[in-house]
Design a protein around this ligand. Structure first.
Ligand code: KG4
Ligand code: ZN
Length: 345
């Protein structure tokens, strides 16, 4: 069976072709066309601009994905497309493109939840016997920071989420304040790796909500704490590379401390057999490393699943995999498929 996966939920235009034989997944193509260049000069994503870019790029990315997969359009059996959550004008581009294609090819569509897709990409290379459930899933991206209890595929319970900014959004805003570039997460990561051992400066930031018993997060306060620290420094310090490195290291560590503490606590409380990460922020090497070292403890029996870095950020493959797992929801009643900016898991 050939499954097409499409995601246009934010600023990447993504199309993938996945072949499924028995329970084996064969990735035929996975094309991501980034809009970074377009949004870079604004330091963030503009929905109307992103929509225009998706409209322009999607037919091209689709053709490229088909070509690279070495298939003909009419070999597609199922189309899976992100219906939400995401930027509504952008989501509609993918949804409408999918409907036109599905009508032309006379195949059904599965509308996919983007958050579920960030989780299920972890099952791409895993035989079903190795799905260790229940799992605690941490989805950390530019739009979301959620902790989800997964009992089985399709059965999820949201146990906590950010009350304001997402972790990735915090990185993006801090990077913009410091002039590190866009997208902020990779820029913060790059700076945090630089050395300032002999520095006399010190930057200390809070770990918001780390002590609270619930599983919610709040990263707007962390961003504001960076702003206050920034404003109290003389201009010469603010502009120094040394200061930027110290802030990058500390903001990254503050986010990591809160994410690891709450996720591991949730995993213990819900007797999870595994912790599953997903979303752009889980590409962060320090986060991956510290999660691993926290769970490698000999007494820990919680397995950690993290996608390869390039599959942490948005891609079409995660949508194809999720569409396949949800294939019983496939429909040809296309009028019922709508983009939902705030779709919940
Ligand atoms: O999942 P994603 O591609 O799109 C959304 O669904 O939002 O995540 C994008 C977010 C951005 O905020 C970006 O700054 C962050 O993920 N990000 C990172 C890294 N790579 C991307 N954050 C920290 N470290 C990274 N290496
Ligand atoms: Zn995403």
């Amino acid at each position: 069976m050939i499954v097409l996966g499409i995601d246009t939920s934010c600023d990447d235009t993504c199309v993938a072709v996945l072949e499924v034989r028995g329970s084996r997944f064969d990735v035929r193509s996975n094309i991501v066309s980034s809009q970074i260049k377009v949004h870079k000069k604004y330091g963030g994503v503009f929905p109307t601009l992103a929509k225009r870019e998706h409209k322009k790029n999607l037919p091209i990315v689709f053709k490229k994905a088909i070509k690279e997969a070495k298939i003909k359009e009419n070999q597609i059996d199922l189309i899976s497309v992100t219906a939400g959550p995401g930027l509504e004008p952008c989501l509609w581009v993918g949804v409408n493109f999918s409907k036109d294609l599905a009508r032309k090819l006379n195949v059904p569509i599965v509308p996919v939840n983007h958050i579920e897709a960030h989780i299920l990409i972890n099952f791409l290379l895993l035989p079903p016997s190795n799905f260790l459930l229940p799992a605690i899933c941490l989805v950390v991206s530019g739009g979301h920071t959620q902790l989800i209890l997964m009992e089985e595929i399709g059965k999820y319970k949201l146990i906590g989420e950010t009350r304001d900014d997402a972790a990735g959004e915090c990185f993006d805003k801090v990077a913009r304040l410091l002039g590190l570039g866009y997208p902020g997460g990779p820029a913060i990561e790059r700076f945090s790796k630089l050395d300032v051992r002999s520095s006399k400066l010190e930057v200390k930031l809070p770990r918001p909500m780390i002590k609270q018993k619930n599983y919610d997060f709040s990263f707007a306060g962390l961003k504001t704490a960076v702003l206050y620290d920034f404003l109290k420094r003389p201009e010469k310090i603010r502009k120094s590379k040394e200061y930027k490195i110290l802030v990058a290291k500390e903001v990254q560590q503050a986010v990591i401390d809160v994410l690891i503490s709450k996720t591991i606590r949730a995993a213990k409380e819900f007797s999870a057999k595994s912790i599953i990460l997903g979303g752009g922020v889980s590409a962060n090497e320090e986060l991956r490393h510290q999660f691993k070292s926290n769970l490698e403890h000999p007494t820990s029996n919680i397995k950690l699943l993290i996608p390869p870095k390039e599959l942490c950020t948005d891609n079409g493959l995660m949508v194809a995999v999720t569409g396949y797992f949800n294939k019983e929801k496939a429909t040809k009643d296309f009028d019922k498929i709508v983009a939902e900016a705030n779709l919940r898991i």
